[in-house]
Design a protein around this ligand. Structure first.
Ligand code: NAD
Length: 379
């Protein structure tokens, strides 16, 4: 069975789905591995490195002819038309926010497996958890960006020229990225507070050194699968108002809040921004074309408000550390792939809970329960 890796085509994407280290592992498991020439260039993995690990270096169309095609993100339109019926595509395909792609893959007869749909709470899914590995990188980088943008020190510094007080950092959303942002800001010497709508994250936030903030106007909002649920309109307004007071008392805010398949919740409103002193910094990891956690944030851009608050629209952070992000992602996708191999062939037993969680399309149809409403054969 032939497995291949293609170069990512999304603008700004520097990651690659396999690195040489895991090519050897796949070959030991009896798989042939092809890598599109130059696929690892932007994350500093050379064609020679892949070849030494036993991969074939091939053209894009040859790579797209493999039995299983591995990607980090989604295929673009030009890639999609080259895929054929019966092929397997594995990547982070975001089918909840891009059901049209899922439909197109179903129509093409491609079996689409999406790593971002993994049932992450299953213990055996841990080594495959690409959302966590990439969120860890993003949280780390968000804290570094905040420290670099901030016009003062993060740590308490006592010098001959006087004493600098430590920065007060607030992390909103204490999932995987938020916890890593807390830990990184703490290691840089900041005093860190944190808030999440899931109260069970309190002990995790405290264990990495944050003081947990509880809001009195809104109750717990834990949803399924370890995620938050979407807030009601009343809850949202109450949360925004109460958070504004806390936000104004911090120098730096890092926002990481997400609700699966939904627009990221707005946590920092225009009024909250107006109450922040000049020189404050916000890093919005939720920044997206649909809007982010912060009013006025733009993905990939840094804007400064009229009252001097710097807002960094921190989209796509894992790609800014492409070598580490690719190495981790490669281990995740390899763990998933190897778990699907039996006697050198793919065994896609749809009754398996893990597999049922990640298979989006099969035999010409959308089969994922979370997308069943879109499961319409095309006219
Ligand atoms: P995520 O990226 O979906 O969201 C980030 C955080 O934002 C979450 O903690 C969420 O509660 C929070 N959030 C959402 N709406 C909010 C709002 N309105 N206000 C404040 N905070 C809000 O989450 P994630 O980091 O991908 O993972 C979520 C959780 O899943 C993890 O913290 C963990 O508990 C669980 N998880 C479990 C395992 C496991 O069991 N092995 C593995 C991975 C993740």
């Amino acid at each position: 069975m032939k497995v291949s890796v293609v170069k990512e085509t999304a603008p700004g994407e520097r990651r690659v789905a396999l690195v040489p280290e895991v090519v050897s592992k796949l070959r030991t498991a009896g798989l042939d591995v092809d890598v599109e020439a130059g696929a690892g260039d932007r994350s500093w993995f050379t064609d020679d490195g892949y070849a030494e690990a036993g991969a074939g270096i091939v053209s894009r169309s040859e790579a797209l002819a493999a039995d299983v095609v591995l990607m980090v993100g989604k295929p673009d339109a030009a890639t999609l038309v080259q895929l054929r019926s019966g092929q397997v595509l594995i990547g982070m395909l975001s089918p909840l926010t891009d059901p049209d792609l899922a439909q197109a893959l179903a129509t093409a007869g491609v079996t689409a497996i999406s790593l971002d749909m993994l049932p992450r709470t299953l213990p055996r899914a841990q080594p495959m958890d690409a959302l966590s590995s990439q969120a860890n990188i993003a949280g780390y980088k968000a804290a570094l960006i905040a420290a670099a943008e901030y016009g003062r020190f993060f740590p308490l510094l006592i010098t001959a020229a006087g004493t600098a007080r430590p920065a007060r950092v607030l992390v909103l959303g204490t999932g995987v990225a938020g916890l890593q942002a807390i830990g990184t800001a703490r290691r840089l010497g900041a005093v860190v507070s944190a808030y999440d709508v899931r109260p069970e994250t309190r002990s995790e936030a405290e264990s990495v050194g944050a003081t947990f903030i509880e809001l009195s106007t809104i109750g717990p909002a834990s949803g399924d699968g370890g995620y938050a649920r979407e807030l009601t309109e009343d809850e949202r307004l109450a949360q925004q108002q109460e958070l504004a007071g806390h936000i104004a008392r911090h120098d730096v805010v890092i926002t990481t809040a997400q609700v699966p398949g939904r627009r990221p919740p707005l946590l920092v409103t225009e009024d909250a921004l107006k109450a922040m002193p000049a020189g404050s910094v916000i890093v919005d990891m939720g920044a997206s074309p649909l809007g982010g956690n912060v009013a006025g944030s733009e993905p990939g851009q840094t804007v400064v408000t009229d009252n001097g608050v710097t807002i960094v629209g921190a989209a796509g952070l894992p790609s800014t550390m492409p070598t580490a992000a690719s190495a981790m992602y490669a281990r995740n996708i390899t763990a998933l792939l190897l778990s699907l191999i039996s006697d050198g062939a793919l065994a896609l037993d749809g009754d398996d809970e893990l597999l049922a969680g990640v298979i989006v399309t099969r035999d010409g149809a959308i089969v994922h329960p979370a997308l069943s409403h879109t499961n319409q054969p095309e006219a």
